[in-house]
Ligand binder design. Structure first.
Ligand code: IMP
Ligand code: MG
Length: 175
């Protein structure tokens, strides 16, 4: 697999979309304080840029541990056990906005949401930078989506292929 020279979304496209997304989220939670939870590692750049477009009081935290390891058949997914939330990040009673890099089959996100509900947030919504809707295996609708993408392995802007390409400033893919 090597990086394609094709750019799926440029830095300018991303910045423009994030301004709109920021307004959407600001409107949705108007007058409220939110807690933004980024899923590491993939969402680290998206979260940094998105939060700066949201005009609301907020706390920011991260969750790790969601390793969805796939077998070759892409059917077996093994998750690490409990969620590791940032220390001093409160979920209970908050309006929680979960920020993901990409929603593919939805298995990872479904698991995450189920785990987060155990901490009893007042509300839980999902914002994903990318969505591959035709790949969905579980019934899950994200509340906010940056872009829909084709069924390719997308890299850049935080997303990796075997640990590489996270620092590409645009969105591309490997083939
Ligand atoms: P799901 O459980 O199939 O929805 O997988 C979601 C997770 O798989 C994401 O959080 C990513 O970490 C990873 N993933 C899925 N598709 C891609 C891709 O195209 N590029 C990089 N990572 C991906
Ligand atoms: Mg991820």
């Amino acid at each position: 697999m090597k990086l394609s020279s094709e750019v799926l979304r440029s830095e300018t496209d991303i910045a423009e979309r994030l301004r709109a997304l920021g307004k959407e989220i600001t409107r949705e939670y108007a007058g409220q304080e939110i807690s933004v939870l980024g899923v590491l590692k993939g969402a680290f750049i998206f979260l940094a840029d998105l939060t700066r477009q949201v005009r609301l009081p907020m706390d920011v935290g991260f969750v790790e541990s969601v390793t969805s390891r796939r077998s070759d058949s892409m059917t077996e997914i093994v998750f690490a056990t409990a969620l590791r939330l940032s220390t001093s990040f409160r979920v209970e009673g908050t309006h929680l906005l979960l920020v993901e890099d990409i929603l593919d089959t939805g298995v990872t996100l479904a698991y995450l949401c189920e785990q987060i509900q155990l901490y009893q947030p007042r509300s839980l919504r999902v914002c994903t930078l990318l969505d591959k809707p035709h790949r969905r295996k579980v019934d899950l609708q994200p509340d906010h989506v940056g872009f829909q993408v084709p069924d390719k392995h997308v890299v850049g802007y935080g997303l990796d292929y075997e640990g590489k390409y996270r620092n590409l400033p645009h969105l591309g893919y490997v083939e």
